[in-house]
Design a protein around this ligand. Structure first.
Ligand code: ADP
Ligand code: ZN
Length: 436
């Protein structure tokens, strides 16, 4: 029998009917708030002929309009904020679809809600005030670092804000400070695990007991590998900047799907083609509505992530719905080293670079458990006759431009004119060789 710890039993184990009632009330308040304060929501609801008073129960959610990442981009930076800027205490961000970032604004209350979501996630893997939490997610606009940090502080743990990178130092600190909980991407966890073995350290010399891994898709095979390499319990944590950050859903030690924090968000699965809601258990696109957020509430935000929802009560005692692993995307977004990458962002860079033709192919792979991104791009006929020095300059220029726009380092391969495959229909822009 596993021992389960629950941060907020009142909310996490609430009986389903009471929770649905609470969700309905909170949804109605949220809709009133955004209808009054955000022109985009008012216009979209008016266009559908829906008024805030039409939202009586949680089931009425299907009357509401959807939102998309493009809405955040089009109203960048403050267009979806529902409170005056002086009430916003934090900005976090993530990569958008065209190189323009998207940002999310949080009131103090929103930061507190997000922090509690992560505190629940930490508690669910058995973490508490006696633990030493090593955060190797990046700190900055990206929600991973600060999100994990806040949650670990909330449960009173000793937090080591390592941020990402510098593996040797991570391992040194892990050993010297006796880290017990690890927070990073699953691919980095594998990388760390192998580095530890390569350094001749036996994981039993370390104090690690569990890890919260997320920000990118991973598999059950990868879980087993991480657990074996590090001798820990490896649990999933899911989230997105638009809704809060990591912690929107998290796995308990049953490791059988991620509990959605349903007192703060409503999760739906829809048919990505028709937008119609699908019953529990059916695979489709995950959609979230925030019901406690004030700074930038989101109505029916389409994540483009594909998964299923499972409403069965979990052996841990929580009654919240569980999402299965993300099995794919409905768009062409890929995640490279935890960073969201859209082929269109790379295209934007290539199109404005002199000397290259708009024909390209992205090849993603995983070497030594680290993602690699190669951009193959064709030169124009004129540029191709140029000198080797110029080609190298071009490679450097493209790599640094992609790094600044997209946020990841890519290997640039310059190809002769007309050498990349052409397609008659939708161009295939991405080859993903990772076995996810
Ligand atoms: P994050 O800080 O979680 O990376 P972003 O807003 O940058 O937040 O990216 C959100 C996207 O990352 C999600 O829509 C999903 O595609 C992916 N993601 C986050 N967590 C997970 C996870 N545990 N499993 C699979 N994909 C995830
Ligand atoms: Zn559970």
């Amino acid at each position: 029998m596993k021992v389960h710890h629950i941060y907020n039993p009142e909310m996490e184990c609430m009986d389903i009917e009471s929770r649905r009632k609470l969700q309905g009330e909170r949804l109605r308040e949220t809709v009133e708030h955004v209808y009054k304060n955000v022109p985009l929501y008012r216009e979209r609801m008016d266009a559908k002929g829906v008024k805030p008073e039409d939202i009586k129960t949680v089931d009425d959610i299907r009357l509401l309009p959807f939102t998309e990442k493009t809405d955040l981009r089009d109203t960048f930076p403050f267009g979806l904020f529902a409170v005056p800027n002086e009430e916003i205490v934090r900005i976090q961000g993530s990569s958008g679809t065209t190189g323009k970032p998207i940002v999310s604004g949080y009131t103090q209350g929103d930061v507190d809600v997000w922090t509690e979501m992560v505190a629940r996630s930490m508690t669910a893997v058995g973490a508490g005030k006696d633990d030493v939490v090593q955060v190797c997610y990046g700190y900055g606009l990206f929600t991973g670092g600060l999100g994990a940090h806040q949650g670990a502080s909330k449960i009173g743990a000793m937090v080591i804000p390592m941020s990402s990178g510098n593996t040797q130092r991570q391992i040194m600190m892990m050993r010297e400070l006796g880290s017990t909980i690890l927070c990073c991407t699953p691919s980095y966890a594998t990388y760390l695990g192998e580095a530890i073995h390569d350094m001749g350290i036996d994981p039993s010399e370390l104090k690690l007991k569990a890890g919260l891994f997320g920000a990118e898709p991973w598999t059950q095979e990868m879980r087993l590998k991480i657990e074996e390499l590090l001798g820990i319990e490896a649990c999933d944590i899911y989230g997105l900047t638009e809704i809060a950050g990591p912690g929107v859903a998290f796995e308990c030690l049953e490791k059988n799907g991620s509990h959605v924090n349903e007192d703060h968000v409503i999760a739906e699965i829809i048919d990505p083609e028709t937008g119609e809601p699908l019953p529990y258990g059916t695979s489709g696109e995950l959609v979230f509505t925030t019901i406690t957020k004030k700074g930038m509430p989101m109505l029916r935000y389409r994540t483009h992530d594909i998964c299923t929802l499972n409403p069965e009560k979990c052996a841990c005692g929580r009654t919240t719905v569980r999402m299965g692993r993300i099995t794919g995307r409905t768009d062409d977004m890929i995640i490279v080293r935890g960073v969201n990458v859209f082929p269109s962002q790379i295209e934007t860079v290539l199109v404005r670079t002199k000397g290259v033709a708009p024909h390209y192919l992205l090849v993603v792979d995983r070497v030594n458990n680290a993602d690699t991104l190669e951009v193959q791009v064709e030169m124009t006929e004129e540029a191709f006759t140029d000198s080797l020095a110029n080609m190298q300059r071009l490679q450097k220029e493209i790599a640094s431009e992609i790094k600044s726009v997209v946020g990841v380092m890519a290997k640039i391969t310059i190809c002769p004119p007309k050498s990349l495959p052409r397609s008659e229909g939708k161009a295939k822009r991405v080859i993903d060789n990772r076995k996810l």
